[in-house]
Unconditional design. Sequence first.
Length: 451
Amino acid sequence: MSSNPVAETVASLMPRAREELAELVAFKSVADFDQFPRSESEGAARWVADALRAEGFEDVALLDTPDGTQSVYGHLPGPEGAKTVLLYAHYDVQPPLDEAGWTTPPFELTERDGRWYGRGAADCKGGVIMHLLALRALKADGGIPVNVKVIAEGSEEQGTGGLERYAEQHPELLTADAIVIGDAGNFRVGLPTVTSTLRGMTMLRVQIDTLEGNLHSGQFGGAAPDALAALVRVLDSLRGEDGSTTVDGLAADSAWEGLQYDEEQFRKDAKVRDGVGLIGSGTVADRIWARPAVTVLGIDCPPVVGATPSVQASARALISLRVPPGVDAAEATKLLQAHLEAHTPWGARVHTEQIGQGQAFRADTTSPAYQAMADAMAVAYPGQEMQYAGQGGSIPLCNTLAALYPSAEILLIGLSEPEAQIHAVNESVSPEELERLSVAEALFLRNYAAG
């Protein structure tokens, strides 16, 4: 990294950043209070609030959002007449999944092979630390030249929309000239990237009922309608022979124009086993950034261990559908519901319930903020030009902010590059990426103020 005071300050702060990230990762802040204690999320929220107060933030508050979680807000006044920049991250995390699959404990930050492992290290507790590092570096080198607002969400991973609804009810709170969403990631380690599009999503629970109760498969099997078999048929109808998503009435032929994703590199990033083919058609970028993608997230049915010889009376599944920019998530939900109902066999009773929804997002990359970020990243990543990529995931808040503040410039950066394995076991963050992106964010704030 080029020698400059901001970079030198961030480098000197990295040991402290590791200690703070370890403290934050230690909170089991999964916003599913049927599985994890609410106190863990509340503890993480208080940690973020205390950190903001320590940096001189005013009006620091724990906002009780409509979904029963807390978002953390703070405001740091800048020079008179300065622009306002909103910095976003979230402190809630995905469940650790199979803890036995982790090499080291998921809620204990552990250094291994040059990376820091722990749930939320990259997504997105590392984003909280990135914002703090950037602000500290500027304070040490002449001061922060903009008004800064920070919002740390407490339920982003659950998709329950608490912060979106709160922002709509209090639109003055998050007003800003530019918004930096610290919940994306570089295309690969060392390649500075802004995310210019996000797929939206809808999540449905589908239940199929065929009998009043389970039946002995020897006595009734062969004529009694099996709800689990019916569900399997319904789920299979959501994919074509090549694995492409096939929801009746939903277009699936858009193409991605921009940075492409080499297929062999994707296989390595996704850790696809030898001999197993990728699914879908078109380029990899088409498939993961520009087209809809259905995923079966879970199925309620008897486990293999302890199963009895029974025809199942009921079965249900949780289904996620990612939708690309240009597709309305509400319309996609209706199409998915209609598809599930139309493809349920044998006259079985089918019921669908929407669990979550978020619209797709497309940024205006021609805005001055993007040039300010490109110049900042050129310093933080010497010899590299900022790239534009899509992201298959969803950040519903982006569309809410874009609707509330149509003149605000929204940029997405972050620590979730492929090696981070977010949402999977052994999630990790690259400390080098944390350092470089913190430098880039600090320089962006300076460039943007001067623009």
